[in-house]
Write a protein that binds this ligand. Structure first.
Ligand SMILES: [Zn+2]
Length: 125
């Protein structure tokens, strides 16, 4: 995952690609679940993608590992980036969501916690 996190620190989304069948994994995976080949190739993907599915969250995981109630519910989207075969889940900063909605990743390259490097998604132009 280091290459993935380092990439986001440079404002890039790096995905792993299976040299056996060509599947592209974002978030990166070490081994392709289709053909069990090591997914050791790397490709840069665009920040844009489409919402595959979404849900509304009413709680979130607090830093101490407990669940805390959210004052306002948050949209959590599963986004398939253009060129990827898998999805990334993150908060969608939009008033509403729809399947197929075009979105773009908002990166926070200066985030202290690697889990915050992908800040959220927002509607793409
Ligand atoms: Zn494969």
């Amino acid at each position: 995952m280091e290459r993935f996190f380092d990439g986001m620190r440079e404002g890039k989304l790096m995905a792993s690609r299976c040299p056996g069948c060509g599947r592209v994994f974002l978030p990166p995976r070490m081994v392709c679940e289709r053909c069990l080949t090591r997914a050791e190739d790397w490709v840069e993907l665009p920040l844009t993608g489409s919402v595959e599915t979404f849900t509304e969250a009413h709680v979130r995981l607090a830093p101490d590992g407990t669940l805390e109630d959210l004052e306002d519910p948050e949209l959590i989207a599963m986004v398939r980036h253009d060129g990827a075969d898998t999805c990334v889940a993150a908060r969608l900063d939009a008033p509403q969501a729809a399947v197929g909605m075009r979105v773009e990743a908002v990166l926070d390259p200066g985030a202290e916690n690697v889990l915050d490097l992908l800040s959220c998604y927002r509607a793409a132009e």
